[in-house]
Design a protein around this ligand. Structure first.
Ligand code: DMJ
Length: 453
């Protein structure tokens, strides 16, 4: 009966689309949902119960010796925003029946925090089922030992069963980019320990910034606090550390974070921002001297466009967006890394990362400028054209050849498809002004409203 109804709905939808009764926005919203569902059905058919799907080989894979159900957990907030009720029930069924964190596995705290802890907490706020919060609390408690280092900066890995920690050499991103998750856990459970321990690590890192530039480097030892690589940038390994200083201030009204963000932003403006013949970019520099070390910019760096929008620096965001879109259009999909002075590719893959689309969406949301809506359409069409396989969506090995790479990261569901959808979603589906998105695009609400309106 239910399937007859759904078949009727899709028939009606197709008829309306064909006869032009649907607006362009509605048609695109439908197409993004169809793309999401194609990926979801690939996961369901070939990889149900695994962390992620390999659609071409028609199989799945796990990150560790056992699955943590990364795809269903990471996908859940998008299922809510897209209003996919049947798939939400499927995801809840597998999560509540099979997800168990009592596993003798050393996991990477940062990745598990942003995807799993973040996914569970936002699922709780969006859906209201208290079992999400119970799982989140269990996971958070198991990861808490990472913060017990001599400096307070977290170790990289933790054993979910024993609590043993490892990974003394780490980066700012893996120190600071989980404050939103632990902070929400504190807020929702009433246990302030999570926020306090995580923030202590961030302050320890910030206090080791370079005096002249205000910037942090790329690699640091969590026990000695010694810098092992002093290259400053906004690329991978540092990126979301800066993002979380700003978002932490916005979500928790923490004025200390505001100050830390402002000091950092000044350093980024003074030493990393780079205007050259090819446009406006952010490069790499020595954290002590501010001297340029590399003129590299990549797919991950694009997150900064969204951060600039939240900081109300629309002038920089607009200039950066022109560069981002040029990088995207060089081959029809962005490469992982370029040298922006020559526009030569340094890493040719596109792993269906969301950051360029995220920056475009924020700019569109904050300016309402039609140009950014059109860019959003272009980016979605590129993914449709190049990343679509017969049985799902996959990564691209090289954007100059568009050769496919048989893997699909869970952030395709959490982020890439979510940002694509938000360009076209009905007004009542989501309100960015009411929440802060974590770095995996899971919405966190200031009030525990359990609604995204
Ligand atoms: C995601 O897991 C997160 O956005 C993270 O901050 C960076 N890398 C991926 C997406 O590219």
């Amino acid at each position: 009966m239910k399937y007859k109804f759904l078949a009727g709905f899709f028939f009606l939808y197709t008829m309306m689309a064909c006869t032009g009764a649907l607006s362009e926005k509605e048609q695109y919203a439908g197409r993004v949902k169809t793309a999401f569902l194609k990926g979801w059905n690939a996961y369901k058919t070939y990889a149900w119960g695994y962390d992620a799907v390999n659609p071409i080989a028609q199989t799945g894979h796990n990150w560790y010796s056992e699955s943590l159900l990364m795809t269903p957990v990471d996908a859940f907030s998008t299922l809510c925003i897209m209003g996919l009720e049947k798939e939400k029930e499927e995801a809840k069924d597998i999560i509540f029946n099979r997800l168990n964190f009592d596993k003798d596995m050393n996991v990477q705290q940062f990745e598990i925090a942003i995807r799993m802890l973040g996914g569970l907490l936002s699922a709780y706020q969006l859906d209201g089922d208290a079992r999400f919060l119970t799982l989140a609390e269990d996971l958070g408690a198991r990861m808490l030992p990472v913060f017990d280092s001599p400096t307070g900066m977290p170790y990289r890995f933790v054993n979910l069963h024993t609590g043993a920690v490892s990974g003394e050499t780490t980066c700012p991103c893996e120190i600071g980019s989980m404050l939103l998750e632990y902070g929400m856990l504190s807020r929702l459970t009433g246990n302030s320990e999570y926020y306090e321990k995580c923030k202590r690590g961030i302050v320890a890192l910030f206090n080791r910034r370079a005096e002249k530039t205000g910037l942090v480097g790329s690699t640091i030892h969590v026990e000695t606090g010694e810098w092992l690589d002093k290259e400053a940038h906004i690329s991978g390994r540092i990126d979301a550390y800066y993002e979380y200083l700003l978002k932490g201030w916005l979500l928790f009204d923490d004025l200390e974070l505001k100050h830390m963000w402002e000091v950092s932003k000044k350093g980024i403006d003074n030493y990393l921002a780079d205007e050259c013949a090819t446009g406006f970019w952010y490069g790499h520099a020595d954290m002590e001297t501010g001297q340029r070390t590399k003129t590299w910019f990549g797919a991950l760096d694009c997150f900064f466009g969204a951060t600039l929008c939240l900081d109300n620096d629309l002038e920089s965001a607009t200039k950066l967006q022109t560069s981002i879109f040029n990088m995207w259009n060089m081959y029809g999909l962005e490469p992982e890394m370029i040298d922006y002075t020559t526009m030569k590719i340094l890493s040719p893959q596109y792993i269906v990362r969301p950051e360029a689309i995220e920056a475009t969406y924020y700019l569109w949301h904050f300016t309402k400028d039609e140009r950014y809506y059109q860019m959003g359409k272009t980016m979605f069409e590129s993914i449709e054209k190049y990343c679509q396989a017969e049985n799902g969506y996959v990564q691209i090995k090289d954007v100059t050849t568009m050769e496919k790479w048989d893997a699909l990261e869970s952030f395709f569901f959490a982020e890439t498809m979510k940002y694509c959808y938000l360009f076209f979603a009905p007004d009542n589906a989501f309100n960015l002004d009411k929440c802060v998105l974590n770095t995996e695009a899971h919405p966190f609400f200031k009030q525990n409203t359990q609604t995204n309106q």
